[in-house]
Design a protein around this ligand. Structure first.
Ligand code: CTP
Length: 447
């Protein structure tokens, strides 16, 4: 009996796949199809597969061409499978020509001509959401580039004074708008990275026009306004999502699951630090006024693990700030200490200070250490008293997590519900802390 094996993602099964499978089957007597798992796809940069592994496997089984369907979970598995299943022929589409020649040592390798004019990526692209970008931050360039990687979302318009972005979109099919209204007319969804004091107006205008919103955190600087916007989005069936890229990274999400699963016992403290030292001490008032203070720039990220692990029901909170400008409410550094029932937490943020940007979560059995810069990490360690039990975890992080965030936004728009990455309580509590800082009440000042 001649045994044949082939591999693929087989997302949104199409006639290109079917033709390949028919020809693969005809090469022998028994066909095994390996379907890539979600994690394996992510690790090789294929992030927006629409169907789950189970859906893709079921579709292949229903098709009835394959005799056996297996999951492909790790790099190098093909060699293991060829040996384990005693394979005679490995086959794959001609888009992989030459790529799998190393398998010739184990079996025959045949590249079948790829069917022209169809691919899963193309099907995903057809459903494209038009995305508008507004703001002057250089981060906007990163969003544009990352959005290009996510099938199903296309940047169609920008509204900015930033010359770098203008240069980047030149010659592309992207409109440069002179007003926000013009931008909103040209898109279905908008990413906002204007100054936080403008967020409320910018988000409200977008929602009232029926546009979905992804807004750089904080959503607003007033808690009441934030909740009003979430209600408005919900009433209109629109997505309003907080853009904290760390919240969407695989490593951070797996870390949360380990903590919730009791890996380090009962959590007793969380210490999170985020700093990036700019030349803020040379700024004049006009620049300070337009810039993000430390608590807005870093507060949402630093507070994220605290509220996601401890919840939002703290008993006591202390804010301590070193101010660059009292008048502009601009802090160079702020430390926020919390007492929760049974847990103490501390967040340190600064654009006018430098510190070790790590995250430490301590528990009754061990602790989790995420090295600096923890907010864009692909790696963390779980450490115990007995070092032999220590574990290291690595997860691929592409595009600093921005592409996963855009993908989560796309999925939320498609499914009509927010995915459970960040709930409104967390977004709202971040805003509440910032509002309290801006009101000045109870903020201790380092003179
Ligand atoms: N394939 C093919 N003809 C096509 C599309 C895919 O022969 N038009 C083959 C691939 O060469 C591969 C198998 O089908 O051997 C599974 O491919 P997969 O990567 O899952 O499909 P694509 O449509 O190429 O997916 P994507 O666009 O996400 O890369």
């Amino acid at each position: 009996m001649i045994k044949v094996i082939t591999y693929g993602t087989f997302d949104l099964l199409h006639h290109g796949h079917i033709r390949l499978l028919q020809r693969a089957k005809a090469l022998g007597d028994y066909l095994i199809v390996g379907v890539t798992t979600d994690d394996f796809d992510k690790s090789r940069g294929k992030i927006n597969v629409q169907q789950s592994l189970m859906e893709r496997i079921e579709a292949l089984q229903d098709l009835g061409i394959a005799d056996e369907v297996i999951a492909e979970e790790y790099e190098g598995q093909k060699i293991d499978d060829i040996k384990r299943y005693d394979i005679d022929i490995f086959t794959v589409g001609s888009d992989w020509e030459g790529h799998f020649d190393y398998l010739k040592e184990y079996c025959e390798v045949i590249y079948l001509k790829r069917t022209e004019g169809i691919s899963s990526s193309e099907i995903r692209r057809r459903q494209g959401i038009r995305l508008g970008l507004i703001g002057d931050s250089p981060v906007l360039c990163k969003y544009k580039r990352e959005a290009e990687i996510v099938n199903g979302i296309d940047v169609t318009a920008v509204c900015t004074d930033n010359e770098e972005i203008m240069g980047e979109v030149q010659g592309q099919d992207i409109s440069v708008c002179s007003s926000y209204d013009e931008l909103l007319d040209l898109c279905d969804a908008v990413y906002i990275i204007t100054h936080p004091s403008r967020h409320y107006d910018d988000i409200k205008r977008a929602l009232l026009k029926g546009r979905h919103v992804l807004c750089e955190s904080p959503i607003t600087v007033k808690y009441g306004e934030c909740m009003e916007l979430f209600r408005l989005a919900s009433d209109k069936g629109l997505v309003l999502m907080d853009a904290i890229k760390t919240a969407y990274s695989t490593a951070f999400n797996r870390l949360l699951l380990l903590v919730k699963g009791g890996k380090i016992g009962k959590v007793l403290s969380i210490d999170s630090t985020c700093t990036s030292l700019g030349n803020i001490y040379e700024w004049d008032k006009s620049i300070i006024r337009k810039s993000w203070n430390s608590i807005c720039a870093w507060g949402p990220t630093a507070l994220l693990p605290i509220f996601q692990i401890a919840g939002t029901g703290y008993r006591k909170k202390t804010l301590t700030s070193y101010m660059l400008s009292e008048e502009e409410k601009f802090d160079a550094y702020t430390k926020i200490d919390f007492i929760f029932p049974g847990l103490a937490a501390s967040a340190r943020v600064g654009t006018g200070a430098k510190s070790e940007g790590d995250l430490v979560i301590s528990g009754t059995k061990g602790y989790i250490y995420v090295p600096a810069p923890w907010w864009k990490t692909d790696y963390f360690e779980v450490r115990y008293e007995n070092q032999e039990n220590n574990r290291r975890y690595f997860y691929q992080l592409d595009g600093e997590g921005i592409r996963y965030e855009i993908l989560a936004f796309l999925r939320a728009m498609e499914s009509g519900k927010r995915k459970n990455y960040l709930n409104e309580d967390v977004s709202g509590m971040i805003v509440k802390i910032i509002e309290e800082f801006e009101s000045g009440t109870g903020v201790q000042k380092l003179i």
